[in-house]
Design a protein around this ligand. Sequence first.
Ligand SMILES: Cc1cc2nc3c(=O)[nH]c(=O)nc-3n(C[C@H](O)[C@H](O)[C@H](O)COP(=O)(O)OP(=O)(O)OC[C@H]3O[C@@H](n4cnc5c(N)ncnc54)[C@H](O)[C@@H]3O)c2cc1C
Length: 444
Amino acid sequence: MDVRKQIDLKTDVLIVGGGAAGLSAAVAAARNGLKVTLVERYGFCGGGAVAGMSGTICGLYQAFKPEKPILEQVVFGFANEFINALEGRNGIGDPVLYGNTYTRVHDPLVWRHVSDGFIRHENIQVIYHAMVVGVITSGNGSDEVLGAKVFTKQGLLDIRAKMTIDASGDAEVVAMAGLPSFIGDEGKVQNPTMIFRILGVDVEAFIKKYGDNAIKGQEVASLIQSKNEQKQYFLPRSKVFLFPTTRPNELLCNCTRILGDDGRELNPLFYQDFTEAELNGREQVTEYARFFKENLIGCEQSFVNDTGVQVGVRQTRQVEGKYKLTNKDVVVGSKFENGIARSAWPIELHSGNKPRVEWLYNDFYEIPYECFIPQRGKNILVAGRCLSAEHEAVASARVTAQCFAYGQAIGEAASICIKNNLQPNQLSGSDLRLVLNQKGAQLN
Ligand SMILES: Cc1cc2nc3c(=O)[nH]c(=O)nc-3n(C[C@H](O)[C@H](O)[C@H](O)COP(=O)(O)OP(=O)(O)OC[C@H]3O[C@@H](n4cnc5c(N)ncnc54)[C@H](O)[C@@H]3O)c2cc1C
């Protein structure tokens, strides 16, 4: 039993998680003059983009038909502001081709500094190295969330908040509060990937040989398949994404596909699966790096520089919201009057031995506010990849530009609710959209 004294804190908005969504929500709420407390288990912000080293900001631009490349941006607002700040520190590259769209490669080290800059500038109380381990409810069966219990090395914090935003990526608060949630496609989630960077690459020679599209083509895929079949290497994924970065002689490698020791697909919500993902992820990094060095032009002198702090987790638990974004919404480009964010990202489903990519050309879809309101519960909103969306829809809606947009919208929603004494389901998505447009989201 922990005999240390509990520490009591009070705030207006408690944000759980400092990924793209959590930071963006924190900035929006702080700019509305509210006291904001952000709790993050690591010692830095960035979540999947930094700790998982996902490495690029996807979802900013529309996809185009292969014969007609265009660069058409669809997400603005805080995403733009964050990108400008990254640019100011040389922490993001120009748009690079990614299949039939573009993405922008960022530097995860610069991301940390830029996030800290926003936190200090907006006077956000950030508590790093702090893990939410429980939720505080009124306990009268009303599903009223009053805040969270947080583990720190100093002892347990009891943080009381007028509104709690679950930006944990895993719908942690929702689950702890016993509010409705679900996991993937009947429990099946997309596979984790351990991302890594290699240095010592002759990037010019590499691009000359394999082209400037980060999704590498058939030549590389066939080579991987044949070496794998000959059992020279263990390379379970043949369609690989390799990006030049903002740093010289470097490639960011999104190529592993991590399975359990017995070949099962892993769900990082389970502690054994998460552990196996780390162990097997590091082994696969070694295998792919060896394959690159021994087989790919430009990579002859390459070596692993670093991996993500943790294995990259694409999908776990999601909230059951007042609305669930459907696979069809994504494919047909649905628009909603209560749409509070846009996405043009394809369905990029990492399941099986090859990622499946399904494009929405020259269009975008919108994500309604109700995807972030739990079906039940008071004083709680969700932001980020744990939104309410079907399995394939979330394989599109989860990327970074969208998570920035969700965070901004939900930080704004929390502020309106607190100031007007409303519950999240009493605020209309179309009113929220108006406010977001006034603040630069460019949704119209
Ligand atoms: C392998 C991989 C490759 C990807 N590639 C790309 C890409 O190229 N481009 C792109 O745009 N997107 C990519 N993505 C997706 C993207 O990185 C994420 O979906 C996005 O970063 C999610 O942001 P988020 O804020 O919703 O959640 P997260 O980034 O997951 O942030 C959640 C935060 O909450 C914290 N947290 C969780 N639980 C607790 C707790 N109990 N207490 C305290 N803190 C907690 C975590 O530490 C984390 O910082 C990729 C993802 C993966 C896994």
